[in-house]
Ligand binder design. Structure first.
Ligand code: ZN
Length: 211
């Protein structure tokens, strides 16, 4: 009996048109996409199934191309309805946080450009700047070359982590920002503080990615 059912199912699947088969393939690949973009693709697949008809049976949808900026799905033949659905996927993913699905914008994340909301971007950006700052501290020791940051040069995410007394005030303001500077050499005494915050951010980001 089991064999009969299995055979029946195989025959049903093989009888699907190329169009429906390619919708199934896209559905199976949705798990490989950034989690925030999966609902966008899922909605598009529902819409595509709804317009399945003999005239579209020969059209195949191509594998999703995950660009930094949006999700791109193509098709093997022009069709106004299919093209409209696929265009909406590109437009919607271009402004949807790829981590959580909330509204997002393009952001420079480390060496990549990604679509993220402020809540997902903030810990990742701070982590990036902490790593960069700590590496520069190490380089300062190795090269014995003093490096200072002016207030307006330091990434704003890092400013709250610098103790008030570590800033050397030079008086006045520069373009509206306090005219103060911080020496990387002197920041070495706070290296543990940066490491601790970096580790906490790592746990937070990893936990969010597992949700
Ligand atoms: Zn987000």
């Amino acid at each position: 009996m089991t064999t009969v059912i299995s055979k029946q199912r195989t025959q049903d699947e093989s009888s699907h048109s190329p169009f429906v088969q390619s919708i199934h393939t896209l559905s199976h690949r949705a798990g490989d996409l950034p989690p925030g973009w999966r609902p966008v693709l899922h909605g598009a697949l529902v819409a595509l199934r709804a317009i399945d008809c003999p005239a579209r049976a020969h059209i195949r949808l191509t594998s999703p191309r995950i660009a930094d900026l949006s999700l791109d799905v193509g098709s093997t033949a022009p069709d106004a309805s299919i093209d409209g659905i696929l265009r909406r996927v590109r437009v919607r993913t271009a402004c949807t946080c790829e981590r959580c699905g909330r509204s997002g914008t393009l952001r420079h994340m480390d060496r990549k450009i990604q679509v993220m909301c402020a809540e997902c971007a903030a810990p990742r950006l701070l982590q990036h700047w902490i790593r960069t700052f700590m590496q520069q501290m190490t380089d300062t020791v190795e090269s014995n070359a003093p490096v200072t940051y002016r207030y307006d040069q330091l990434p704003f995410q890092l400013r709250p982590m610098i103790p008030a007394h570590a800033w050397s005030m030079t008086g006045g303001t520069c373009k509206g920002a306090p005219d103060a500077s911080v020496s990387l050499f002197e920041m070495l005494v706070y290296q543990r503080r940066f490491e601790a915050v970096g580790d906490a951010l790592e746990c937070m980001i990893t936990a969010a990615d597992l949700e």
